[in-house]
Design a protein around this ligand. Structure first.
Ligand SMILES: *[C@@H]1O[C@H](CO)[C@@H](O)[C@H](O)[C@H]1NC(C)=O
Ligand SMILES: *[C@@H]1O[C@H](CO)[C@@H](O)[C@H](O)[C@H]1NC(C)=O
Ligand SMILES: *[C@@H]1O[C@H](CO)[C@@H](O)[C@H](O)[C@H]1NC(C)=O
Length: 979
């Protein structure tokens, strides 16, 4: 009853409420934290722009429409989104952009149209975009730009036209020439053959120009055309040669790329006014010592020092002691990556360049790093950064870095190091970051990192380490991040982690740990913030363990997801004791059988909980399981087999903002459970078998009307039983009428009656009964009076008889009633019936126009059809109109058995007194017959009201009640009137 009332009430509220539009969108998802300002419409199957965005609110500032089969952008597509600032329409199939497609986007700052099929643009398409600063047209099919296309983009800062089919530079130059705020122009990957321009100049503001990967043969520009350019990329214009630069002012350039062109750098430096130190020499064919020495000499003529020397991609195989001997003093970085070096020989080729700060030899063919504690060793005191990533280094000798004692960052990752000498890092006291990830290391020893007392980040991910021996990290008191993920660690020796006094982030994911060893986590009790134990082999046999994390008071990120091969299976209810600071907990993919309702009790600070696919089959989340998670803002509970989304389980999550329930099995959701989450803004219900029945009618309404909660792709959610029907519009009218109203009203009425009737019965029974009788008698009196007055009888009696009794009627009855001093007017059918009238009508009118109907009952009479109708009619008047019109007159005595088939007649007999004709066998026939006539006359004179009293029964003619009964029962025996 209560719930029904509630239903009815909420129904009224819903119907009565003003139409607030809901907060779910057909093809877009609002960024749950952007407050309706940021939307993504990605991977939808819509071809039409309006279908994608027409339901978005006016407040949108950032909009991304990506990876859709969208092929055109019609006029005025965004007029309802005039506050847009950042618009991405990338990776669609856009071919056509209507002339006024971007109408009214006065606030737009950034427009990304990359990766579409645009081959043409109207000259006024960007007309309204006065505030645009960023425009990307990357990867389209543009061959040219119409004149004046950028004419109103005064604020444009960056223009990217990469990866198109542009041929004509002068057109581009003209269309950007007035853009006084343009800083960057990217024209890489087009089909430009020169930078020719007819009398226009680039805006002064333009400092970054990319023209890589075109078909440039010459520059073809006047002396001052590139005067303001600071960064110029001309790489991959294979045919561009040295002479192209003759007579071009490159005075402002501070970075020039010439990779994969036909430019001869030494010649180029001679004819250009460029500052030699600003040229990137990678990919310029400087493949051997002699070419490099020429370059150095040429540089040295111009400069005493240079900052960086970039020699990537030059196919250098070998660097000898004299290679860079004649170069100016290098103060910054030397980069020889992407060459074919097999060794760097302790950097001996840099023996007069000991000021360098950084050296990088990535992507070479180096196979080993040998000891550098040799006689003619050169120290690089200033070197801080050293990288040998992406080589084929198999072993690293002791003292391999003896010559670079001050390095802070050492990158040896992505090699094949299997042999790492115990003294390889000897002396590297300043080392802060050491990358050893993605190698083949199996063992670490307690000398390995002994000297690296300042190490802060140690990355050993993806090696083959299986045991951490005692004391491995004992001197690393400053280490904050230790990444041991992706190894084969099965256990730590008892003091394996000793010394890690500052450790904050500890990654152990993807190892073979079978248990969480309580003994060593006490080491970093006040420092550890992140602990990643994902994808190990941890499982628990029993529910009751003492918490291994109890002392990790600062831990805020714990990952336990995906334990191999079968998952955690048992989740001890004490596992998370003491983790008061925990903010994120990951438990996905764990085949947990049972989650105890108190397991999360200590996690009062938890913000994010991931339980996706955590459990075996149907997860029975127990009431109160989340009771202390009052700070939880995001819960992912996908594919958990949740059958029942109830308030008792989820109702405590008062700060919950985002809830992902995809792929669960509930068929209905009670909205009171959802309404108990006041901060909910984002709800993902995809792939849930929601039934489109009255059970969910309130949910449907809630999802459509709720102004705060976004239901992800609400309008795509299908009905369980029919995927073609949509949840948002299944018919719910029938639910409200049937259940809500009728059930309620009928229940209310029944209950009312049950309450009131017994009360009235007790209080008023006799009053009512009395009133009823009074009313009834009053009513019938009134009724009869009216009938009496109406009726103006033609005959005193209608005689109903069978023709076989006609003799008696004519000889006896007629003379005694019509003649003989008594002048009754009789109606006889053979005499008084209207000729030509239907016999039934005649009978009816005879009965109704006579005061009495006298039935002359004999055996023949009873068998006659017409006589029976007459009896029927007369007795109808007797029983139904309460008018005593019937006078039965028995000519012969008839037993009850014979009467029994004439139901009405029998009823009359029982009800009424009747007269019996005294036959010839009577003792005194004459006297009896006289009495008979007297009685008949008297009966005919009486009124027609029924007399129920038996008092005026004739003593002659009427049998007493008992005799009558007896007579009927004893059948055939003759019956005489008493004298
Ligand atoms: C919109 O996008 C810009 C740039 O990507 C970003 O800086 C800004 O925070 C976004 N605004 C909102 C409300 O998401
Ligand atoms: C540019 O945007 C600002 C607000 O961001 C607005 O006040 C101004 O009118 C816009 N400029 C133009 C030319 O529309
Ligand atoms: C680029 O231009 C060359 C000649 O100028 C032409 O042969 C080639 O087909 C063009 N490529 C494209 C993709 O337009």
């Amino acid at each position: 009853m209560a719930s029904l009332t509630q239903r009815l009430l909420s129904l009224t509220v819903i119907l009565g409420a003003v139409q607030i539009s809901g907060y779910s969108f057909k093809n877009c998802i609002a960024d749950p934290y952007s407050n309706g300002k940021s939307f993504n419409c990605i991977r939808r199957k819509e071809k039409s722009m309006s279908a994608i965005i027409n339901d978005l609110p006016q407040s949108v500032i950032n909009l991304t429409i990506s990876i859709n089969p969208l092929w055109d952008i019609p006029n005025s597509s965004f007029v309802h989104l005039s506050r847009l600032q950042n618009l991405r329409i990338d990776h669609n199939h856009v071919q056509i952009i209507a002339e006024f497609a971007f109408k009214d986007l006065h606030q737009l700052k950034s427009l990304n149209l990359s990766f579409n099929n645009i081959s043409e643009l109207s000259h006024s398409v960007f007309k309204d975009l006065h505030n645009l600063t960023f425009l990307s047209l990357t990867n389209n099919k543009l061959k040219q730009l119409p004149v004046g296309i950028f004419s109103s983009l005064f604020n444009l800062d960056t223009l990217i036209v990469r990866q198109n089919f542009m041929k004509d530079f002068s057109g581009i130059a003209e269309s950007v020439s007035h853009l006084s705020n343009l800083k960057k122009l990217d024209l890489c990957f087009n089909n430009l053959t020169s930078l020719s321009h007819s009398n226009v100049s680039l805006p002064k503001s333009l400092t970054v120009l990319y023209v890589c990967k075109n078909n440039l043969l010459k520059l073809g520009c006047n002396y001052s055309f590139l005067r303001y350019i600071e960064t110029l990329d001309l790489s991959y214009n294979y045919r561009l040669n040295t002479m192209a630069f003759q007579g071009v002012d490159l005075g402002k350039i501070n970075y020039l790329r010439l990779r994969s062109t036909s430019v001869k750098v030494v010649e180029f430096l001679n004819i250009s006014n460029i500052k030699a130190s600003h040229v990137d020499f990678s990919g310029t064919g400087l493949r051997n010592d002699s070419l490099l020495m020429v370059l150095c000499r040429s540089l040295k003529k111009k400069l005493r020092w240079i900052q960086n020397l970039n020699l990537n991609n030059n196919k250098i195989k070998n660097l000898t002691n004299y290679t860079l001997y004649y170069c100016p003093n290098i103060t910054g970085a030397v980069n020889v990556s992407n060459n074919e070096l097999k060794t760097t020989n302790c950097l001996n080729f840099l023996h007069n360049q000991t000021n360098i700060k950084s050296f990088s030899a990535e992507h070479n063919h180096i196979t080993s790093l040998k000891s550098c504690k040799t006689q003619n060793m050169v120290y690089f005191q200033n070197l801080e950064e050293l990288s040998y990533r992406y080589n084929r280094i198999l072993y690293v000798d002791s003292y391999a870095f003896y010559h670079t004692p001050n390095i802070k960052t050492l990158k040896l990752n992505i090699n094949t190091i299997a042999f790492l000498s115990r003294k390889a890092f000897n002396g590297l006291e300043r080392l802060q970051t050491l990358r050893l990830d993605n190698n083949l290391l199996t063992d670490l020893f307690n000398e390995t990192f002994e000297d690296n007392v300042n190490l802060q980040i140690l990355n050993l991910r993806n090696n083959r380490i299986s045991v951490i021996f005692n004391g491995t990290f004992h001197t690393l008191g400053r280490l904050t991040t230790l990444d041991l993920g992706g190894n084969k660690i099965t256990h730590f020796q008892p003091s394996g982690l000793d010394g890690l006094k500052s450790l904050s982030k500890f990654y152990l994911d993807g190892n073979n740990l079978k248990q969480i060893d309580t003994s060593f986590y006490h080491v970093f009790q006040d420092t550890l913030t992140v602990l990643d134990l994902q994808s190990n082999k941890i499982s628990f046999l029993n529910e009751n363990i003492s918490s291994p994390f109890i002392n990790l008071t600062k831990l805020h990120d714990l990952k336990l997801d995906g334990q191999q091969p079968y998952g955690l299976t048992v989740l001890p209810h004490t596992l998370f004791r003491g983790l008061h600071s925990l903010k994120s907990l990951y438990l996905t993919n764990n085949n947990i059988f049972h989650i105890a309702p108190e397991v999360f009790d200590d996690l009062i600070g938890l913000r994010f909980l991931s339980l996706d696919n955590c459990c075996v089959g149907v997860a029975n989340l127990q009431p109160g399981i989340f009771k202390n998670l009052r700070n939880l803002t995001k819960l992912t509970a996908e594919n958990m087999g949740i059958q029942n989304f109830s308030k008792e389980v989820f109702g405590n999550l008062t700060q919950l903002h985002t809830l992902q329930l995809n792929r669960n099995v509930m068929q209905s959701i009670h909205i009171d459970a959802l309404e108990s989450l006041p901060k909910l803004r984002y709800l993902d219900l995809r792939n849930i078998p929601l039934s489109c029945t009255c059970q969910n009618s309130l949910l449907q309404n809630w999802t459509l009307q709720n102004p705060n909660v976004q239901i992800v792709y609400l309008y795509n959610l299908s009905c369980q039983h029919n995927a073609n029907l949509k949840f948002y519009n299944f018919d719910t009218k029938v639910c409200y009428i049937d259940l809500g109203k009728y059930l309620f009203i009928s229940t209310a009425v029944v209950i009312f009656l049950f309450t009131v009737i017994p009360l009235l019965y007790v209080k008023l029974y006799w009053n009512l009964k009395y009133s009823y009788y009074v009313f009834r008698s009053w009513f019938s009196e009134q009724w009869l009076k009216i009938r009496e007055e109406e009726e103006n009888c033609k005959y005193d009696a209608f005689i109903s008889y069978n023709s076989s009794d006609e003799q008696w009627v004519m000889d006896q009855l007629l003379p005694n009633l019509e003649g003989n001093g008594s002048s009754f007017k009789l109606c006889l059918h053979h005499r008084d019936f209207e000729l030509g009238r239907d016999i039934v009508d005649n009978i009816v009118s005879a009965v109704y126009s006579s005061r009495k109907t006298i039935c002359v009952v004999s055996r023949n009479f009873l068998q006659s059809e017409w006589c029976s109708l007459e009896i029927q009619l007369a007795s109808y008047r007797l029983f139904n109109e309460h008018r005593d019109v019937l006078l039965p007159l028995f000519l012969e005595s008839i037993s009850e058995r014979q009467l029994s088939s004439y139901h009405r007649m029998r009823k009359v007999m029982l009800k009424k007194t009747y007269l019996q004709w005294p036959g010839s066998d009577c003792t005194n026939p004459k006297q009896a017959q006289d009495l008979f006539w007297n009685q008949l006359r008297r009966a005919m004179r009486t009124g027609s009201q029924v007399r129920t009293e038996e008092s005026d029964k004739s003593e002659y003619c009427v049998a007493t009640e008992s005799e009558k009964n007896e007579h009927f029962e004893t059948s055939d025996e003759n019956y005489y009137l008493l004298p």
